[in-house]
Design a protein around this ligand. Structure first.
Ligand code: FES
Length: 158
C-alpha cells in the first residue's frame, strides 16, 4: 500500500468492490434471520428449512396424515386461519387454506374424504381443496406439498 492520498476514481472503485463483497453476505443474513423468525413462531413439532414446512409423520401429532382421507390443521404465522394438510392417497398429500372462498368461514377437517365448511351454507371440498358443492365458486387456495418417505414438505404459505 502506498502513502499517497487516494484519488476519487480509486475511492469509487474500492467502494464498489466492497459493496459487491458485502451485499450477498447481508442478503444471506436477512434470509437466515427471517427463516429463524418464522421458525420461532411455528409450533415446536413443525420443522422449517429452505422455505418449507416439514412435518414428520412418525410424530403422534401428524399420525392422521398416515391415513388416506384424514388430515390435520396447522397454525402458520401470517395466515389468519390454519392451513389444512390432507393425505390424498398412499403417495400424495395436499395443503391448502382453511378459509372458505364463499364468505370466509373456516373449513373443517375431512370426514369420509370430504371437507365441509363450518358456516352451514353447504360448501363442500375434496381432499385436494377442490370445490364439490356450492355456494363457493372456487377451490381453496392451494400450497405446494409433497411426500418424501415419512416427511411432508410444504412450501411456506405467504
Ligand atoms: S362460507 Fe363456506 S359455504 Fe359459505
Amino acid at each position: 500500500m502506498t502513502d499517497r492520498p487516494m484519488d476519487r476514481r480509486e475511492f469509487l472503485a474500492g467502494s464498489a468492490t466492497l459493496l459487491v463483497m458485502v451485499t450477498p453476505l447481508s442478503m444471506l443474513a436477512t434470509s437466515c434471520s427471517s427463516d429463524s423468525a418464522i421458525k420461532a413462531k411455528l409450533p415446536a413439532e413443525v420443522g422449517f428449512k429452505d422455505g418449507q414446512l416439514i412435518l414428520d409423520l412418525t410424530q403422534l401429532r401428524f399420525q392422521p396424515l398416515t391415513r388416506v382421507g384424514d388430515g390435520v390443521k396447522l397454525d402458520i404465522p401470517a395466515r389468519p386461519k390454519p392451513i389444512i394438510v390432507t393425505r390424498v392417497s398412499p403417495t400424495e398429500v395436499a395443503a391448502f387454506s382453511s378459509i372458505c372462498p364463499h364468505a370466509g368461514y373456516e373449513v373443517l377437517l375431512p370426514e369420509d374424504g370430504k371437507l365441509m365448511c363450518s358456516s352451514g351454507h353447504g360448501g363442500l371440498f375434496d381432499l385436494r381443496g377442490t370445490v364439490l358443492h356450492g355456494p363457493p365458486k372456487s377451490n381453496l387456495e392451494r400450497f405446494e406439498a409433497r411426500l418424501d418417505k415419512n416427511l411432508v414438505l410444504i412450501r411456506y404459505p405467504k
